[in-house]
Design a protein around this ligand. Structure first.
Ligand SMILES: Cc1cc2ncn([C@H]3O[C@H](COP(=O)(O)O)[C@@H](O)[C@H]3O)c2cc1C
Ligand SMILES: O=C(O)c1cccnc1
Length: 337
C-alpha cells in the first residue's frame, strides 16, 4: 500500500513530524568536547556530526548505506519556451543516467553513494499550469508516493535530485505561491535562457498565480497546481525519510523548492535536512534564507540532478571521519584546556 493513500494522510504526516534522538545527539556532543582539538575548532564539521547523530540515533553516525535518488518528470509548461533545451532532453538524460554518463553518475560515485533513477510518466507531461492545475489530485498523490516508496527505511542518508526540462519555472512558481514576492524574485536562467526567456518565465508565473488564486494555499495544492511529478516525488521522499528518521541532503533550487512547498505549511520539515550547496540560480539563495538553511558549499554549480548535494556528501563524510576516528584527550595523553 502507498505510504500516503489520501491527501489527508499526506497532511497528517506533515502535521506529525518526529524529532531527532536528543540522547544520541547529547552523547555525540559530549564526545566532541573530549576530542583532541579546541572546542568548536572544526566549525561546521562538528555541527554535521551532531546533526547526523541526532537523526540517525547513533552517537557515532555513519554513512554505510547512502543513496542518491533522482526523480524525472516532464512539464507541460515547456510549450511556452521557458527552457534553453527541448523537453525530449529529460528522457535522453534518463538514458544517459542509465548508461552512467551524467554528472551525477560521477559525483555520486565520488561521494560513495548508490544511485537510483526514478522516471515518472515521462510520456505524460504535466498540464500547462498557466491554464489548469499541473496535476489531478490522483496524479499528484501517485507522484508523492513514487517518492515515498523509493525510500528504503534502512538508509543512513538520502540525497535527492531531479531531472525535468522546464522545472526551474515550476520551482519558481512553487516559491512564489508559497512565499509571495514577485515573479522577478524567483525567476532565473535555469539551463541558460537569456533576457527574453526570463521575461517569458515571469509572464508564465503571473498567469499561473492568477489561474490558481482561488485554490487553497496548502502544501499539497501548491505541489499539485504548479509543481511537477519529479518535484512532488522529492517532497514525498523527504516526508517519508523524516518519518523513517533518515537525514536528507538537498541539492539546488528545484530540490529545495519541493521542500519549500511543504515548509510553507510545516516549517519544522526543514529540521532534518542539510542544504548541500547554494546553486548559482539566484533564487536559490533567497529560498534558503526563507527556509533558514545555511548551505554547506557554494561552488557556482547550477545543474540539478543531485550534483551539488553529492559534493556536499563528500564533505559530510569528512565530518563523520573526524568524529569517529579522532582520539580523546585522555586516550592521547594531551592536556585539556
Ligand atoms: C543536458 C542537461 C542535463 C541536465 N541535468 C540537469 N538539468 C537541469 O536543467 C533542467 C532545469 O532547467 P530549465 O528549467 O531551464 O529547463 C532540469 O532538468 C534540471 O535538472 C539538465 C539540463 C540539461 C539541458
Ligand atoms: O539549482 C538547481 O537545482 C538548478 C539550476 C539550473 C538548472 N537546473 C537546476
Amino acid at each position: 500500500m502507498s505510504r500516503f493513500p489520501t491527501v489527508a494522510a499526506f497532511e497528517a504526516a506533515l502535521a506529525s513530524l518526529p524529532g531527532p534522538d536528543q540522547a544520541a545527539r547529547d552523547a555525540a556532543a559530549a564526545r566532541q568536547m573530549q576530542l583532541t582539538k579546541p572546542a568548536g575548532s572544526l566549525g561546521r564539521l562538528e555541527d554535521i556530526a551532531l546533526f547526523m547523530a541526532g537523526w540517525q540515533g547513533r552517537a557515532r553516525p555513519r554513512i554505510d548505506h547512502g543513496l542518491a535518488l533522482v526523480f524525472a518528470g516532464n512539464h507541460g509548461v515547456t510549450r511556452h519556451g521557458v527552457s534553453a533545451f527541448p523537453a525530449e532532453v529529460t528522457a535522453q538524460m534518463v538514458a544517459n543516467f542509465a548508461a552512467g554518463g551524467a554528472a551525477i553518475n560521477a559525483l555520486a560515485g565520488a561521494a560513495g553513494l548508490d544511485l537510483r533513477i526514478v522516471p515518472i510518466d515521462l510520456d505524460r507531461p504535466t498540464a500547462d499550469f498557466t491554464v489548469e492545475p499541473a496535476m489531478s489530485e490522483a496524479q499528484c498523490l501517485a507522484a508523492i508516493n513514487a517518492g515515498a516508496d523509493a525510500v528504503d527505511p534502512s538508509l543512513d542518508l538520502l540525497l535527492l535530485g531531479e531531472m525535468g526540462i522546464g522545472n526551474t519555472t515550476a520551482a519558481a512558481a512553487l516559491c512564489l505561491r508559497s512565499f509571495g514576492g514577485t515573479a522577478q524574485n524567483w525567476v532565473g536562467a535555469g539551463t541558460g535562457v537569456g533576457a527574453h526567456g526570463q521575461m517569458v518565465k515571469r509572464q508564465v508565473l503571473d498567469l499561473a498565480m492568477a489561474c490558481h488564486a482561488d485554490l487553497p494555499r496548502t502544501p499539497f495544492e501548491t505541489l499539485r497546481c504548479v509543481g511537477g511529478r519529479e518535484i512532488a516525488a522529492m517532497a514525498g521522499a523527504m516526508l517519508a525519510a523524516r518519518h523513517h528518521l533518515i537525514p536528507v541532503v538537498l541539492d539546488g533550487f528545484v530540490c529545495s523548492a519541493a521542500l519549500g512547498a511543504m515548509a510553507a505549511g510545516a516549517p519544522d520539515i526543514c529540521n532534518h535536512v542539510i542544504a548541500g550547496h547554494r546553486s548559482a540560480e539566484a533564487a536559490h539563495g533567497r529560498l534558503l534564507k526563507r527556509l533558514v538553511l545555511t548551505p554547506l558549499l557554494d561552488l557556482g554549480m547550477r545543474l540539478g540532478e543531485g550534483s551539488g548535494g553529492a559534493v556536499a556528501v563528500a564533505v559530510m563524510r569528512s565530518a563523520l571521519a573526524m568524529h569517529d576516528q579522532m582520539a580523546t584527550f585522555a586516550d592521547a595523553g594531551v592536556s585539556a584546556g
